[in-house]
Design a protein around this ligand. Structure first.
Ligand code: ATP
Length: 844
């Protein structure tokens, strides 16, 4: 290494310098040797006089200043010659800067006229035959007369006389200020040597100070030459001051930029170190493995989930937060739960649709009996999807009583399409957050049901069943229906934002199918967005087939039985339908069939395997009776009417059509009218209307209205615990009141439905299909419908039509004729005539 060599050589040179006269021994031919010239210590330099004749060495790209020490590379042959010859006699030479540094062999005219006399302190021979000299500036010289130019220039010099024009206090202040600024500049300069400030502060002489600073300032050679030629020290100080100030400004600016850069790098480094420290602490606590592995896994899962860029950015932000939190902290689990959700959600996972319509039809037929209209609509829906995949189609809403197969139809559609099936029930949901989630700031926050179900589905295009839409509530916690509106709106749902997830998720590929028992309570705007498909309920015949094909085989299997062990007969199923269930769907029927199967399983299980093989139970009506016990429903008894004041109405409720008993009674009182049975406002009004119609027709019946002043009437609609509403029981109310006041029981086996007006007209009603089904189920033989509902007849199931006789009424008098029979009615009126008058006159 050059430094080592230098030290080593120094020692030998010292010895050598003592023995040999130095310069005579210079051998430029010996490369790598440093020659220390004799007598170069400070005192020598200071006492060195500047000879009047000196060899001139041209230099380029630099200006030498008195009082400074500089290394100079010498390579030109003429300069090497100069050194070789002149150093033998004197260590002092003159350095003159070239005006144009590109000139290889400068003449006198190519040099500035002012140069610097220098003392050569060291000469170092380089391996490439050049030489480096270290020189100490002695003083300014001006070329006076050229003595020779070959092989190098030798000239007579006249020393340059410097002058100090000012010694005032201002000048001293300027010197001090210059020194301060220069010190600041040195301190800001990253490469300045440590002792530079000390050297600066020790310089007393203003000329030396100026020269020292110029030599070290970052100026170009012409500027430096100007300052060399400036002999007025005060002026030179001023100019140097300007340069120092400017460079200080630049340096400060650079320093600031540097600091800014460093502080930003420093911040990243700080975080890195802190993180490392955190890991070390976690390692000490034994928590490290857990957290590290988990984070690695999480990162992999996130990459795999490949969510949209914005979501990934959010996830990365949360991941970096997670890295700083110890696994034991509660926040750790909050963030990690969130990230796990993002990693689990099917951002890009789609299942491929199978739009083979024949296959879809087969699957629908395989899973469900009947329901032809519904199945046809579902096939149409799939056909449109096949022809126009972009068309999202309407949102289907299957409406019907419980247990008619709405949910299982949804499952069949998903099977037919080859999509995943998820179901969410809205029964009792009152909080908007159930759908849209809670913000993560809440303790125990969770995503909404939609996002939870999608996570469960694992694909972003499942069939999602929104069950029991009619049970959706609303309270102070917000309106879940409005959140659902956003979910179902095809223009908004590609950007659905769950509050917990806080980033949009695309729901546009989900097929939503809603179900409801009753459309009446589904919020209007939601109804608007859906296409309603009604499933009215099953006839006894339908139920028989469904039971034989689906329910019995399923229950046998579930209870570990076989067909050969338990042979269900049609009579057994019919008995179960008629005497143990009263419903529109088949859920209770399946439950009862299950009960029978369990009862038989209890008998079969104790048998030996051999006995079991030979034993066969025939499940007929008798067997069902013996297992299920006393019949729950006796149809004929139920509808037999023996007392006045009772009428059978037909209603449409959330559980399908129903036969409604309307009972009225009277007792002496003050003419009050009492209503019970949880009747809604509309129904109450229709009772008032019925009473008013009766009063308006009292004369026709020869009925003395005075009777109503001293009798109270109580009208009750069982079952009292179930809320009822609607106008369609109007004519039944009127019939019940008439029956009571005319003291004439209605004929048995007749049920009626129709709204009543004050003029006694009968207005049309809805739900004819469901109501007639219920009538047939209950064993009713005759149904009175409003005249305007005649057109609904063709919609009624043929099985039901066969069982019922229909009468159509335009006016209440038509109703009374059918309900009581004209002769019975006349007889009752006749009987009644003297009775109330007698009672009144008796009272009088
Ligand atoms: N037409 C049918 N063919 C075969 N099975 C049926 C039919 N209708 C209903 N079921 C069966 O009846 C049971 C009840 O049906 P499901 O749960 O789908 O009723 P739902 O209409 O959704 O009732 P809820 O309104 O209470 O949700 C299911 O096991 C279903 O398979």
């Amino acid at each position: 290494m050059p430094k080592k060599k230098t030290t080593k050589k120094r020692g030998s040179r010292k010895r050598q310098s003592k023995k040999n006269p130095p310069l005579t021994g210079i051998n430029i031919e010996t490369p790598g040797m440093i020659v220390e010239l004799e007598g170069h210590h400070d005192l020598d330099v200071q006492s060195q006089t500047i000879p009047s004749v000196m060899p001139v060495m041209p230099v380029r790209g630099m200006v030498m200043f008195p009082g400074t020490i500089m290394p100079i590379s010498v390579g030109r042959p003429s300069s090497l010659k100069l050194l070789e010859e002149s150093l033998a006699s004197s260590k002092v030479i003159a350095l003159f800067t070239q005006k144009d540094e590109d000139i290889e062999n400068p003449t006198i005219d190519d040099l500035y006229s002012v140069g610097t006399a220098v003392m050569v302190l060291k000469l170092i021979r380089q391996p490439d035959e050049s030489v480096q000299i270290i020189v100490h500036g002695l003083g300014r010289v001006t070329m006076d007369e050229v003595i020779k130019t070959d092989p190098y220039i030798v000239a007579r010099m006249k020393p340059s006389e410097e002058k100090l024009s000012s010694t005032s206090k201002t000048f001293s202040a300027a010197i001090n200020q210059l020194k301060d600024q220069a010190r600041e500049l040195i301190e800001l300069s990253p490469n300045a040597p440590e002792q530079a400030v000390t050297v600066l502060m020790n310089i007393e002489d203003p000329s030396n100070l100026a020269d020292f600073l110029v030599a070290n300032l970052n100026l170009d050679p012409t500027q430096k030459q100007d300052l060399l030629e400036e002999l007025d020290i005060a002026k030179r100080i001023r100019q140097v001051h300007q340069h120092v100030s400017m460079q200080l400004e630049i340096q400060k600016l650079q320093h600031k930029i540097q600091q800014d850069v460093q502080s930003s790098i420093g911040d990243t480094q700080r975080k890195f170190f802190l993180r490392e420290q955190m890991k070390a602490i976690q390692r000490e606590l034994g928590e490290e493995g857990e957290g590290e592995d988990f984070l690695i896994r999480l990162r992999e899962q996130l990459d795999e989930a490949d969510p949209p860029v914005a979501v990934m950015e959010e996830a990365q932000r949360e991941l970096s937060r997670l890295e700083l939190i110890p696994p034991a902290s509660p926040e750790y689990s909050v963030i990690s739960n969130y990230l796990e959700l993002i990693a689990d959600l099917p951002w890009n996972k789609l299942s491929e649709d199978n739009l083979d319509l024949e296959r879809a039809q087969t699957i629908l037929d395989r899973d469900h009996f009947g329901l032809d209209k519904v199945k046809r609509r579902l096939i149409e829906y799939l056909a449109v999807r096949k022809l126009n995949p972009e068309n999202r189609g309407p949102i289907l809403c299957l409406v019907g009583p419980p247990g008619v197969g709405k949910t299982s139809l949804g499952q069949s559609i998903a099977d037919a399409l080859g999509r995943k099936f998820v179901r969410m029930s809205f029964g009792g949901i009152r909080d908007e957050a159930e759908i849209r989630g809670h913000r993560r700031t809440y303790v125990g926050a969770m995503p909404g049901r939609i996002i939870q179900e999608l996570r469960r589905a694992g694909t972003k295009n499942p069939v999602m069943m929104l069950d029991e839409l009619d049970k959706l509530g609303a309270d102070f916690r917000g309106d879940p229906a409005s959140a659902l509106l956003e979910v179902l709106d095809p223009r908004q749902n590609n950007n659905f934002v769950d509050r917990y997830l806080d980033v949009p998720f695309d729901l546009s590929q989900v097929i939503f199918i809603a179900t409801a028992n009753y459309m009446g309570t589904v919020p209007g705007p939601l109804q608007d967005r859906m296409e309603v498909i009604e499933i009215p309920g099953y006839t006894d015949h339908d139920k028989l087939v469904i039971a034989r094909k689906y329910l019995v085989p399923r229950q046998l299997k579930e209870n570990g039985l076989t067909r050969s062990l338990c042979a269900w007969q049609a009579s057994g199923i019919r008995k179960t339908i008629e005497n143990y269930t009263r419903e529109a769907g088949v859920r209770e029927l399946e439950r009862q069939i299950g009960s029978v199967c369990r009862g038989l399983a209890a008998k079969i299980a104790p048998l030996t395997p051999a006995r079991r093989k030979s034993k066969k139970y025939t499940v007929d009506a008798k067997q069902v009776r013996s297992v299920l016990g006393i019949e729950k429903f006796m149809r004929e008894d139920d509808i037999k009417i023996t007392t006045p004041g009772v009428a059978l109405g037909l209603a449409y409720t959330t559980v399908g059509g129903e036969v409604l008993f309307i009972e009225a009674t009277q007792y002496p009182g003050k003419g009050d009218f009492k209503l019970t049975g949880q009747l809604g406002d509309v129904m109450k009004e229709s009772v008032s209307a019925a009473l008013s119609v009766f009063k308006s027709k009292a004369a026709d019946f020869d009925f003395d209205l005075e009777h109503l002043n001293n009798h109270d009437i109580h009208l009750h609609v069982p079952a009292g615990a179930i809320p009822k509403d609607g106008p369609s029981a109007g004519i039944a109310m009127f019939t019940a009141i008439t029956s009571l006041l005319l003291n004439l029981p209605m004929k048995s086996g007749i049920a009626m439905t129709g709204e009543i007006t004050l003029r006694g007209k009968v207005l049309p009603i809805g739900g004819v299909k469901e109501k007639t089904l219920a009538a047939a189920r209950a064993g009713i033989k005759t149904v009175i419908l409003p005249e305007d509902n005649r057109r609904d007849l063709e919609d009624i199931d043929p099985q039901v039509q066969k069982k019922l006789t229909f009468h159509f009424a335009a006016d209440v008098s038509d109703v009374l004729t059918i309900a009581f029979g004209q002769p019975r009615l006349k007889a009752a009126i006749k009987k009644l005539k003297p009775h109330p008058r007698k009672a009144t006159s008796e009272k009088k």
